[in-house]
Ligand binder design. Structure first.
Ligand SMILES: [Zn+2]
Length: 58
């Protein structure tokens, strides 16, 4: 388990080559200490915009 600073979330380390876990860096989440790391997965955080409010004037 490590804290991914890219996703700002806890990940389970799966031994992927792409994972970087900083052995000297830590992050505390809810009182638990986790190594900080980066999963290096593609960052795709789409801002889904589904708010098309039509103002009807009746
Ligand atoms: Zn991540």
């Amino acid at each position: 388990m490590y804290y991914c600073i890219q996703c700002a979330a806890i990940h389970a380390a799966n031994g992927s080559d792409k994972e970087i876990i900083f052995q000297s860096g830590f992050h505390y989440v809810a009182g638990q200490r986790y190594h900080a790391g980066v999963c290096q997965l593609e960052v795709h955080v789409p801002e889904i915009q589904h708010t098309t409010h039509t103002t009807a004037t009746a």
